[in-house]
Write a protein that binds this ligand. Sequence first.
Ligand code: SAH
Length: 394
Amino acid sequence: MVGKSIQIPRITEQLRGYVGARLELVEAGTRPARRGPARVRPATHLADLSVAARRAAVTSLGEPGYRADQLSRHYFGRLTESAEEMTELPGGVRQRLADSLLPRLLEAVRDVTCDRGMTRKTLWRAADGSFVESVLMRYPGRVTICVSSQAGCGMACPFCATGQAGLTRNLSTAEIVTQVVSGARSLARGEVAGGPGRISNVVFMGMGEPLANYPAVVAAIRRISDPVPAGLGISQRSVTVSTVGLVPAMRRLAGEGLTCRLAVSLHAPDDGLRDELVPVNRRWKVAEVLDAAWTYAASARRRVSIEYAMIRDVNDQAWRADQLAGLLAGRPAHVNLIPLNPTPGSRWTASDPAVAAEFEARLAARGIPVTVRDTRGREIDGACGQLAAAGRAL
Ligand code: SAH
């Protein structure tokens, strides 16, 4: 792992744009930009394209447009990318169409499992050498896949491992979607403990800030939820997008007509502390973030999840629970308390369970729906905030 201390790390171009001059001070004396392999745009894949654009792409290759639907059914319905399996396509065109529209975007470099195989983290290498991770979590009766939307992250939250190395790049729509398709394929083939199954939930809680990669993420949500052959056919109501609170993007999302759930990583009810824990708060304050969250809740008709990592003696005081309850009373919100997962070099630890229980009880007493999140995958560094593929790949 790279991160040694929990000082606010290198601030990326992206974050500087959001946060303005104050953070430039922080940047002085931090690490130089990491030099990676030359970056190339990911190849275009059918999951990047609308149904009409797929047909146009196939036509431009001299094949009838309906072959695009056939390919799409293989990819999204049968969950296969291999030309040999596409037996209803003429032998001569199978490989050519697959090469053009189903390029391999992510190569699985390593799988690690825990919870008797019920949690599996996959490290992926993209064509340009960027690394990302996704995590599949099987529970009784449902399977959740946690996907990455960026290689790295520019939001610099000091308690999150992904934030420590900065942003490498945005993922393309298909690079996001392919994480879900690969998970669905493994489940369908019975490669995950518990027998063959299907993905029931998708959460954008892996590496990256989804709303900082807005167009690709919104297109990915549509591709994940559109019915086969347009997409994978997973209900938007089973998809959760998690954000640090990029207010203009949250407002824009509210205008998309989506019904997916929005999660807001709040972590503190007061700007003083949130400015430190979620540095983008220096640009958009708690009140603005929550206001945008309620706008989204009204448009999607969904309660917003308020994510709150319980950090010992940092944000877990009873008075902060009361302050949080005051902000959320009467609002369409559900609080998820997440015991802080340790990240290398962090001086912070999870709250004492009794303190966390008191925090939860205070919210519940004010009528705020609250749950303590079961954190999966800690021992494989696959839990919330522990994904740091770039820092320890291979
Ligand atoms: N950038 C988005 C998506 C990442 S989601 C966001 O921040 O919302 C991952 C969730 O895990 C966020 O709520 C994040 O704040 C939380 N998290 C990050 N590091 C964590 C850690 N070490 N322990 C517990 N939760 C953490």
